[in-house]
Design a binder for this molecule. Structure first.
Ligand code: ACO
Length: 446
């Protein structure tokens, strides 16, 4: 859909019949009909406003809690066909990117719209790498957290705190400024995440090593102990890079909607992305991988899977890592992740929870309850097992999701800012509360 308001179009089909790209709504309260333009299979909600019984009425709205069928923006970043299990970034399939690209190259693609040339990639890598260090005061800030603070809470707060360090970030309509904050946010995310992790262990922070790759340096900052130079294992480095590619963007999900909603107030990108990380923290979103591992532990053995599935079907609990608002087919990311999982297990040893997970998947994919509801494994079903095998505690799982999603959030935030049709996000409501009431003094209240 282009930015201009859609106009009614008439087309002649091959058989000679004319087709009008409109929909006619008849309001049976008044008998009046309204012809609304259709563009890209959508009508504009504002076109409903003309539908009124009395001239002084507010006009009709659409009611769509949780945005089940409402497009809130025009986007050219990520495409999903949930029924077919397709995911593409800027037109490139997730399968091809996972096989051939790196996270940093994919992040460039998301942010700038095209794959970089060799020179552009070199420049982008240089700039991200040279923004990985954090101000020493941020270290003090992290030191203030309790030893058992959840790393996701630390990351949310620290990203928000960055806005107080970079006042130039408020200049959001300045392209140079946006570019600088992008280098900082993409560059510093792994550093802040790794420092949060080391803080929980009471271990000294490891400074970035600019000679390592983006995932390699992250592993260095997480796991380096006494060695003079940390050498990441290439299998784990590549596995992490693929996981980062798979998590880089996912169109208008809860956290992306948050970055757009908060960003629409024209706040700086640190505050907007901190809000997005907070949205991702929830167990129904990026926190689901943590919940999957908890659930598999709770199930305990392959023999107990049927009993657990029975409880799920009775509505007592959910099969975490299953189901998706958009995918009504196998999540394409889950398929790639399953392959990566085996590569990691070959190196690190099989995760004992894998058998339980495979049994859950086997039963669920055959069971009518799941088949009827089109519930398939989502991205989170296997990621937790990989992260666990790589040595991450469960509390780090959502952080591992947030690091790569930063590039997607910034791409979406920038698209919002540059979209002339966008304004401050402000949904309507249907008010069903009390009509006017008189204030009763406290002694008269029952
Ligand atoms: N286990 C059991 N039943 C489920 C599950 C599940 N994981 N997911 C959905 N259902 C059932 C619902 O109870 C509902 O059944 P009903 O029609 O009998 O009422 C039906 O399937 C439809 O589910 P909704 O909740 O309407 O689907 P919605 O699109 O709102 O929710 C969500 C999607 C939140 C992902 C949901 O499937 C869920 O909670 N899954 C578990 C959590 C999870 O894995 N989240 C990660 C999502 S991926 C991501 O954010 C990166």
């Amino acid at each position: 859909m282009d930015s201009a308001l859609p106009t009614t179009q008439t087309k002649t089909s091959e058989t000679g019949t004319t087709r009008r790209d409109t929909v006619t709504i008849t309001d049976n309260r008044t008998g009046k009909s309204y012809e609304l333009p259709i563009t890209h299979d959508a009508i504009r909600a504002m076109d409903l406003r003309q539908i009124k019984v009395h001239p002084e009425d507010f006009g009709m709205m659409s009611y769509d809690p949780a945005f089940n069928n409402t497009a809130s923006c025009i986007s050219r970043i990520t495409y999903i066909d949930g029924d077919k299990g397709i995911l593409r970034y800027r037109g490139y399939s997730i399968e091809e990117l996972a096989e051939k690209s790196t996270y940093l190259e994919t992040a460039y693609l998301l942010l700038r719209g095209e794959l970089p040339t060799a020179a552009q990639l070199k420049d982008w890598q240089y700039n991200v790498t040279h923004h990985t260090f954090i101000h020493e005061s941020i270290k003090k800030f992290l030191d203030g957290f309790h030893y058992d603070a959840h790393p996701m809470g630390m990351v949310i707060s620290t990203i928000a705190a960055l806005s107080t360090f970079y006042n130039d970030a408020k200049d959001i309509f300045n392209e140079e400024s946006r570019r600088k904050q992008t280098y900082r946010l993409v560059g510093k995310m792994p550093t802040i995440a790794a420092f949060a992790y080391r803080h929980t262990l009471g271990m000294p922070y490891v400074y970035p090593d600019n000679d390592l790759s983006y995932p390699g340096n992250f592993l260095n900052m997480l796991f380096r102990t006494s060695e003079a130079r940390y050498r990441p294992n290439p299998t784990l480095e590549r596995a992490l890079d693929i996981l980062f590619i798979l998590h880089a963007d996912h169109e208008q999900n809860c956290s992306t909607n948050t970055v757009r909603g908060v960003g629409s107030s024209h706040v700086d990108p640190y505050s907007a992305t901190a809000a997005a990380i907070a949205a991702l923290y929830g167990p129904l979103h990026g926190g689901a991988n943590e919940e999957v591992v908890r659930m598999l532990h709770e199930i305990g053995s392959v023999q107990k899977v049927p009993e657990f599935i029975k409880r799920v079907k009775a509505g007592e609990t959910k099969l975490m890592g299953f189901g998706h608002r958009v995918y009504k087919n196998y999540d394409p990311r889950a398929r790639i992740i399953k392959r990566v999982a085996y590569e990691v297990f070959d190196l690190m040893g099989k995760n004992p929870l894998l058998e339980i997970a495979l049994e859950c998947e086997r039963i669920a994919l055959e069971d009518e309850y799941f088949v009827k509801r089109k519930l398939y494994p989502n991205v989170d079903f296997y990621t937790g097992l990989i992260y666990q095998s790589m040595g991450f505690p469960t509390t780090m799982f959502p952080v591992l999701f947030a690091i790569p999603r930063m590039s997607g959030w910034i791409a979406q935030w920038e698209e919002l800012l540059l979209d002339p049709e966008q304004k401050i996000a402000r949904p309507r409501q249907i008010y069903l509360g009390y009509d006017t009431r008189s204030y009763a003094p406290i002694e008269q209240r029952l």
